[in-house]
Design a protein around this ligand. Structure first.
Ligand code: 6YU
Length: 496
């Protein structure tokens, strides 16, 4: 874009300094916009990218992996450019591995009666589950036989085990239930019964075996923020309300902050989470958002997935083990929900991933728990969570003296600026809902593009990921860049 064109004077406010907000601001600044201001409610940039510490080790409280680290993935390309990855992640072999969202980790299986199961017994059932899951992705635009992925999986799995003897069926159920709980974590949902079958296939993956940031995911954010002019981001500055116009009258958008300050802008890019929008959209926008957008905010799902890090003095798991599954033997029905959340919330935890390499992390496991059970876990004290997780591990390993050295859990549902973990396609959702979520307001009239929307939940096929959020921020920056390119090349509009 030429210098001296109208875009240089346009005032743009970005609400939220997560990866979507920062990438939008970075793109606009690089294109020559001089008045870009990011308003962030908390004291830090990164949002759901948050690196913490357990003893001397770094641990990821939020996003963990680059999903599909290969050339097409912009997070991988940036991380490589900033020198943030291990050499192994950069190899062509790593980039070429196509795992379609399910990395082939070395598993171990423990049961609620304290036995370690032979993996050979479990793997065929897991394969069947993954085949059904794969089938669940093929209903987009074709009409759904049942509304949810959970119902679809249960009906297919019930057919498969109809003829089986009681013991085989019981083992099959406990494995399927465990896999359903894994998928609740993957999808960030309370139950797979809440994930819409019709839109499930919208999610797309890149090739590449998922990798982590050896010095923490926040390195990505720090590098991006360093490309912004200093003082671009105002911290501890929550936005309360945004006033826009749905009439032809020309007036600026007004961003009202919690401290009562009213900031005027030509455009506002809203990057708050879908969880926050669900809770606050009715008071956050004056006038309210168009009805079709409100309905899509309601329809699209947003749930909770939390981590519980547990550190030990030494490993009780196999040296090559990468994921530990806990199978409950008393589950007679096929379900991913716990009947009495208060007394049995920990039954929802599917198991643990092992932090690797051991030379870097020592002996740390990361437990995964989704749904209302996870939200209940957030209300408990650190001591109560430690007690519960210790009892659980003792029971499944059959070792009554195992004692964790340290425990640390995330609390994403309680976080008032996030209200959960990430989005998933809700029941009845379609690609139209995702389009509606990312649609600017208004689209026509004398003052278009007053409100723009970015954030992971607005991406058509990479929702729930860091790369989806990053691309959505760039998409909205590009929308403004091309808006002003059109103005500056149009002889009539350039005089405005
Ligand atoms: C990924 C992964 N990962 C684990 C866990 C979580 C997430 N994700 P932000 O919320 O970051 O920013 C908004 C900002 O706005 C924020 O700073 C607020 O403070 C601020 N704000 C809010 N209100 C405000 C106000 N009023 N005023 C001012 N500011 C305000 N993604 O790629 N790899 O391993 C994981 C994981 C526990 C919680 C993840 C992962 C999701 C990403 O973290 C997330 O998408 C982005 O960081 C969001 O960035 P943003 O900018 O949009 O919002 C088949 C199929 C299935 C489909 N799913 C499969 C994919 C699996 C996803 N996997 C996730 C897994 C993990 C483990």
């Amino acid at each position: 874009m030429e210098s001296g064109s109208p875009h240089q004077d346009a005032t743009i406010v970005v609400v939220g300094s997560g990866v979507a907000g920062v990438s939008a601001a970075q793109r606009l600044t690089a294109a020559g916009f001089r008045h870009v201001r990011v308003l962030e409610a908390t004291a830090r940039s990164g949002g759901r990218i948050r690196t913490g510490a357990l003893g001397n080790n770094i641990v990821e409280i939020g996003a963990n992996w680059i999903h599909g680290p290969s050339e097409e993935n912009p997070v991988f390309c940036l991380a490589r450019q900033y020198g943030l990855l291990d050499p192994e992640a950069l190899t062509p072999e790593n980039q070429a591995m196509d795992v379609e969202g399910h990395p082939p980790w070395v598993p171990s299986f423990y049961t609620s009666s304290g036995c370690k199961l032979d993996a050979e017994l479990v793997l065929p059932v897991q394969m069947t589950f993954l085949e059904i899951l794969d089938e669940s992705s093929s209903h987009e635009g074709k009409g759904e036989p049942v509304p949810s992925v959970g119902k679809f999986i249960r009906s297919k799995a019930t057919d498969k085990w109809r003829e089986a003897d009681a013991a085989t069926r019981s083992l099959g159920f406990s494995i399927i239930n465990n896999m359903l709980k894994v998928e609740c974590c993957v999808n960030g949902t309370h139950s797979m019964d809440e994930v819409g079958l019709g839109a499930y296939g919208l999610y797309k993956t890149f090739p590449g075996l998922d990798c982590t940031f050896p010095k923490g995911y926040e390195g990505l954010i720090k590098n991006l923020v360093s490309e912004l002019p200093s003082d671009s981001v105002t911290y501890n500055y929550p936005v309360r309300c945004i006033e826009w116009n749905d009439t032809e009258a020309k007036s600026p958008v007004i961003v009202e902050c919690e401290d009562g300050q009213r900031i005027t802008a030509d455009h506002v890019i809203v990057t708050v989470s879908l969880g926050y929008l669900k809770k606050k959209h009715s008071t956050m926008f004056r006038p309210p958002l168009p009805l079709h957008k409100q309905l899509s905010i309601q329809r699209q799902g947003f749930g909770t997935n939390n981590k519980i890090f547990v550190e030990f003095d030494s490993a009780w798991w196999d040296a090559d083990c990468e994921v530990i599954h806990f199978l409950w033997e008393d589950e007679n029905a096929m379900t991913d929900q716990v009947s009495d959340v208060q007394s049995s919330w920990m039954k929802k935890l599917f198991g643990f991933t092992v932090l690797k390499p051991t030379e870097r992390y020592g002996h740390i496991l990361c437990g995964w728990i989704a749904g209302h059970e996870s939200e209940y876990m957030e209300t408990l004290s650190d001591h109560e969570v430690t007690q519960a997780i210790t009892q659980l591990i003792r029971r499944f390993t059959g070792n009554p003296v195992l004692t964790p050295k340290r425990v640390l859990r995330s609390q994403w549902f309680r976080d008032p600026w996030t209200c959960g973990s990430y989005s998933f396609p809700g029941i009845g959702c379609s690609s139209q809902d995702l389009e509606n979520l990312g649609e600017p307001v208004p689209t026509t009239g004398s003052q278009p593009l007053q409100l723009l929307f970015a954030g992971e939940a607005t991406h058509a096929c990479f929702y729930s990921t860091v790369h989806g959020a990053l691309l959505s921020g760039q998409r909205e920056a590009d929308r403004l860049i091309s808006h002003y390119s059109i103005i500056s090349t149009s002889p009539v509009l350039s005089k405005l």
